[in-house]
Design a protein around this ligand. Structure first.
Ligand SMILES: Cc1cc2nc3c(=O)[nH]c(=O)nc-3n(C[C@H](O)[C@H](O)[C@H](O)COP(=O)(O)O)c2cc1C
Length: 317
């Protein structure tokens, strides 16, 4: 996930039970032109394995060259993105815009499959809009051109993130192709994963937004799958501890002040839903000193605990 699933976030996801991780979206053009910032996205630690590097682009030969460059950093697989709805990607004919041209889609998959020795997976949306639902046809093309798995985010490009993901589409795709189908869209709880498996028969699930500021979802989901027991949600103090660990990892990875800037989006996710969190998030966004961020967050955590204890006392009275 662009801006989210960087190396620190992937390490955290793996430690918390994710079975595999995928890089942020990497522009094939940036790789081929040897852009320093784009190449940086290829770096990972072995603790993040099994790991895929996700690339996007619209020119088969350039995608092949980019895949070869990505493969030189030895990921476990390469994922091709045909799902991204962002203007700056689709305006360059990348991401979900390729769903409008399945011939081109097939040519890109073939070029990438031929360019590298490692497995290729593909991520798609259901189609450009509700009048052009191409996921079944696209799934067949992706399979025939040699990819080993297809992930379906069961929404159209036009939908963006609105409405519900239509899991029926994932079930239909699973019936339609022989390669592994990874279901994606709207998994926010361990129970959602079980429902996704039951309703679609998919081979694996991909969890996106549900893991932002919430890496516990991976272990809680696996525990639920294995035992049927729902583990408790993390307490506010645990979340703040995790956020501060995450901050340290970001600074180790990006240096200062970039690590602090890049952490701001994650703080938002860790704090979401807690009383008064909007004020704290705004305050954090004005701070660059790690000590001040720490002090602010611990203060906030103590305040939250007092409030929770107060609520417990009131409930038991
Ligand atoms: C901030 C953000 C960044 C994302 N970046 C990517 C990306 O780089 N590549 C990709 O395939 N999907 C990306 N997605 C889409 C997610 O991978 C996923 O398909 C979508 O959010 C639906 O799944 P979810 O309901 O579990 O979040 C992104 C989503 C968000 C919210």
């Amino acid at each position: 996930m662009a801006g989210i699933s960087d190396s620190p976030a992937r390490k955290i996801a793996r430690v918390h039970g994710a079975d595999m991780t995928v890089s942020e979206l990497v522009a094939s053009e940036g790789l081929v032109r040897n852009c320093r910032h784009t190449r940086e996205l290829l770096k990972f630690d072995i603790s993040e394995r099994p790991l895929g590097i996700q690339i996007f682009g619209s020119i088969p030969a350039r995608m092949a060259a980019a895949a070869a460059i990505a493969a030189s950093s030895s990921p476990d697989f390469i994922d091709i993105n045909f799902g991204c709805p962002a203007r700056k990607v689709v305006d360059k004919n990348g991401g979900s815009s390729i769903l409008k041209d399945l011939k081109l889609l097939g040519a890109i998959v073939s070029a990438v499959v031929d360019a590298v020795e490692i497995p290729i997976t593909v991520k798609i949306r259901a189609g450009w809009n509700s009048d052009s639902l191409v996921y079944l046809e696209a799934g067949k093309v992706i399979q025939d051109r040699g990819a080993v798995a297809v992930t379906l985010h069961a929404r159209t490009r036009e939908q963006g993130f609105s409405g519900d993901a239509d899991w029926e589409m994932i079930a239909r795709l699973k019936d339609h192709v022989g390669i592994a189908v990874i279901g994606n869209g709207d998994i926010f709880t361990p129970e959602d994963t079980v429902r996704m498996f039951e309703r679609t028969g998919c081979d694996a699930v991909m969890i996106g937004r549900g893991s932002m500021g919430n890496p516990w979802i991976f272990h809680r989901t696996k525990h639920y799958l294995a035992t049927g027991e729902i583990l408790p949600e993390p307490k506010p103090r645990q979340k703040i501890e995790m956020a501060l660990n995450h901050l340290d990892m970001m600074i180790a990875h990006y240096g200062m002040p970039r690590g602090v800037f890049k952490m701001r989006a994650h703080f938002c996710h860790y704090l979401k839903g807690h009383p008064g969190s909007a004020t704290i998030r705004a305050a954090i966004n004005r701070l660059l000193s790690v000590d001040e961020i720490r002090a602010l967050l611990w203060d906030y955590a103590s305040g939250l605990e007092d409030q929770l204890q107060g609520a417990d006392v009131r409930l038991s009275a």
